[in-house]
Every structure is written in C-alpha cells, then in structure tokens.
Design a protein around this ligand. Structure first.
Ligand SMILES: Cc1cc2nc3c(=O)[nH]c(=O)nc-3n(C[C@H](O)[C@H](O)[C@H](O)COP(=O)(O)OP(=O)(O)OC[C@H]3O[C@@H](n4cnc5c(N)ncnc54)[C@H](O)[C@@H]3O)c2cc1C
Length: 432
C-alpha cells in the first residue's frame, strides 16, 4: 500500500514549495528532511539579519503570493530593491538598471532563507494531507515493481497497484519506510537521491568560493543592489531593510578559494572584522562609505552542476538537485521555484485529465520545459565568469564597451530587466 501520492526528499525552499503546491491540490504528500523543524517562528525576522539570503524575482514573488506565503513573509522582513548597479572594477564599464525603466515598483526582493522556510512551514502545517518528517535522512531508495514487474508476489498486488508501473520505497536512517508512486529529489546540490537513482551529473569547479557575511554601512543603500566585478571575482552588496533603516547589506563575495579562506579567518576576530570592513569598502569603491562587519564570514566552494537527466521512472529532480550555479546572478532559488511550479502544474493537470502523473511523457514534458532554460542560465554564468575573470586586453575592452554600451541602449536594457524580474521563457501559470 502507498503511504502517500508523492515522497519529496528535501524540505528546503524548493521542496517545501512543491509540497505546498501539491498539498493545496489535495495530494497526499510526505516530506523527508534531514534538517530539524524550523525554529520557533516568532523569533525570526527581528534583530540581526540571517547570513543566508536570496534575491527573489517578481515571478517567484507572484508564486509565493499565489500560495499565500508572501503576506506573512512581507509582514516580517523583506527588502525590495528598485535599482541595480553593476560595474567593472578593473575598467570603466558600468550598467545601471531602474525599476522605473520598465514601469514596475521593484526589481526584486531580498529575503532571509530561514524566514522564507518558516513562512512555507506555517502554511504546510495547516494541510492535514502533508506529512513532514524532520531530522529523517534518506538512506536508501529502490523502485518496487508491482503489476508490471516481478519483484512482488502476484497475490500481494491489489487493484490500485495494477494501474501502476511501480512505486518508490524509501528507507530512512530511523529505520522507517515510506512508499509512493512518485518521488522527488529536492535534496540539494549533492542530492543523495540523484546518486541512488544513478543519474549522472556534469560538474564544473568554477575555481571560486563565496564568502558571505552581513554589514552595516555608513551611507544608506537607497534600495539599490550593487555588484563590482573585481579581478578575483564579483562582490555583491544586497540591500536589507532592518527596522526601517537602509544601512544594512548582505554580502556575497566570490573569489579564489585561498582568498575566501583568508576572508573567513578575518571574520573570526574583532580586529580581523575591522580589516574585512576596510577591504569590503575598498572593493565597493567606497560607494557606501565605511563598512562595519556584524557577523561571521563563512565561505562555500562554488561548483556548477547540471544533472544529465531531470527524470527517471516515477522520479523528478528539482532545484539544486537538478542544477546548481554561480551565485553571481542570484538565480539559484528562483530557478528551483520555477522547477517546482512547472512540475506541479504538469502533475496536477495530468491527474485532472485522468492520466497517470508518473507517465514518462508527463515527466519528459517537465524536463523539456525546464532543462533548456536552466542550461541557458548555467552557460550565461560560465560566460560572465570567463569575461570578467580575464586579463586579456581584448576581453577587457569588450566588457567595458559592453556594459556602458548596453547602459545606453534602452531596448536591450529593458530586455535584461525582464530577465532579472524572471519574466521570460515558459512561465508556469501561477507565476504569471
Ligand atoms: C553563497 C551563496 C549565495 C547564494 N545567493 C543566492 C541568491 O541571492 N539568490 C538565489 O536565488 N539563490 C542563491 N543561492 C543559491 C540558493 O541558496 C540555492 O539555489 C537554494 O538554496 C536551493 O534550494 P533547494 O531547496 O533546491 O536546496 P537546499 O536549500 O540545499 O535544500 C536541500 C534540503 O535537502 C535536505 N537533505 C539533504 N540530504 C538529505 C537526505 N539524505 N535526506 C533527507 N533530506 C536531505 C537538506 O536538509 C535540505 O533541507 C546562493 C547560494 C550560495 C552558496
């Protein structure tokens, strides 16, 4: 007997959003997540900002609004940004985007991941058809053949099973098992499920690591996200709104692994943090004045990965389990949310038509709709990194001309803004 319609392995932002989309459509959902339950939500969204933040596009915000997640989140803490400035610290090229250029209020919102997870959990807790197993780690996955296979005794096959090609059986580290016809890998960049299903992955070490921290700046950010391309990699200042003030930013500094280790070490002492503040201010060309580092400064290796397939028998990969990319365009969560929305759209539509959601043609449609878009974004990140990581005079000239040239070409700029808003490609209905 099946325990649910679908087991989702991984209850991060992407897995939780998919669970909510399917749970709202009355699917029986089991989420298995290695992490503990989100902490007491009343304490979140106050005081010091969290270290892990995401820049959400307008399309992602529309999805979270449709799921009734956004109002609670917005009542806690989100920061809208209406402008973006990107420049080449090694040259003179610069491009500026403004929400007004395309007649919208903002280009996106910076949200703290803990807060977003808590908002999703709050909505999921209200759905009796969603079972959420916390601190439960997937240890094995097998596909059990039923009607069409030989693995199960014919007498054990009930009528419901006769329609199915098989079911997923997952075993957890506490010994429990769950069975469902469908399974989703939303278990992050190192996806254990992807490995257990034998899905190969293209992997490219970018040769960079990202240091993250939070800062207070002498000059207010004015709701503008800033990114400087330094010789060693991009440095981003993402604007935060803390107690109504605009003097905090979340930092993502992509650089060489050795340099990232040095920056992390600086984050460990008061003296070091003062030095880190000086280097951050210099990296940003002093645009926000003096910088005070107010948190630790951990770093992560940046590896781009792309699963060679997003689907298998009764199985789909979403979010970082399917693709992980350089944080320079802040697109990771957004691409994952689009995966979740497209997969849910295909599955819910199939079921309404009386089709089997696990049908390979439906899974192939999901893969077709998402893989090429994600591949284009991965390729663009690689191209950016090459262009800005090069000392070749010809490439430096191209990037200086490119940034400033595009800055003067309003139609091209509008197109880029639409991309930044997430308004391109085959958008799922709930994001339009
Ligand atoms: C430095 C940095 C900055 C970034 N900035 C941005 C940004 O500005 N904007 C943006 O859009 N993206 C950004 N990203 C990317 C973004 O964080 C990821 O794309 C996003 O978190 C992926 O979400 P996910 O739900 O797919 O995976 P994850 O958040 O990794 O969640 C995976 C879940 O799977 C669970 N899990 C893992 N193994 C198991 C197991 N065996 N059993 C059960 N559960 C398991 C984990 O507990 C976890 O909850 C950034 C990334 C980095 C590293």
């Amino acid at each position: 007997m099946d325990d649910s319609d679908v087991v989702i392995v991984g209850g991060g932002v992407v897995g939780s959003t998919l669970a909510l989309l399917l749970g709202e459509a009355n699917w029986r959902v089991t989420i298995v997540d290695a992490a503990p339950a989100p902490e007491e939500i009343d304490t979140l969204g106050h005081g010091k900002p969290a270290l892990r933040v995401s820049a959400l596009t307008a399309a992602s915000r529309r999805l979270l609004t449709a799921l009734d997640v956004w109002p609670w989140l917005a009542s806690r803490r989100v920061a809208a940004y209406r402008g973006m400035q990107v420049w080449d610290a090694e040259g003179s090229g610069e491009i500026r985007f403004d929400a007004e250029d395309v007649g919208v209020d903002s280009l996106g919102h910076i949200v703290e991941n803990d807060l977003l997870l808590a908002a999703l959990a709050k909505r999921l807790q209200a759905l009796p058809n969603v079972e959420w197993l916390h601190e439960a780690r997937l240890t094995s996955y097998v596909r059990e053949k039923t009607a069409c296979g030989n693995d199960v005794d014919r007498e054990d096959v009930d009528r419901e099973d006769v329609r199915d090609a098989g079911r997923a059986v997952v075993t957890l580290d506490n010994g429990e098992q769950r069975r469902a016809p469908l399974i989703v890998g939303a278990d992050g960049a190192n996806s254990p499920l992807r490995g257990m299903a034998g899905i190969p992955v293209h992997e490219r070490d970018t040769g960079q690591a990202a240091m993250v921290t939070s800062v207070r700046t002498a000059v207010g950010h004015g709701a503008i996200a800033r990114q400087a391309f330094l010789a060693t990699g991009p440095l981003a200042f993402l604007p935060l709104t803390i107690e109504g003030r605009d003097d905090h930013c979340s930092i993502v500094w992509s650089t060489t692994p050795g340099e990232a280790r040095r920056l992390t070490a600086l984050g460990e002492t008061d003296e070091g943090r003062a030095q880190l503040g000086i280097e951050l201010a210099q990296g940003l060309d002093g645009r926000l004045g003096n910088v005070e580092v107010i948190d630790a400064a951990p770093h992560f290796p940046i590896t781009q990965r792309h699963a060679q397939r997003y689907v298998d028998e009764g199985l789909a990969l979403v979010g970082d389990a399917a693709h992980s990319l350089h944080p320079l365009a802040g697109q990771g969560v957004n691409l994952g949310l689009m995966d979740a929305a497209v997969l849910a759209e295909e599955w819910i539509r199939a079921r309404r038509r009386g089709a089997e959601p696990g049908d390979s043609r439906i899974l192939a449609r999901y893969e077709r709709r998402r893989r090429s878009e994600n591949a284009a974004m991965l390729a663009a990140m690689q191209g950016f990194q090459r262009l800005f990581g090069s000392d070749q005079p010809a490439l430096r000239l191209i990037r200086n001309w490119g940034l400033s040239g595009v800055d003067r070409l309003m139609p091209v700029k509008r197109l880029l803004i639409r991309q930044a808003l997430g308004e391109y490609g085959d958008l799922p209905e709930r994001c339009r």
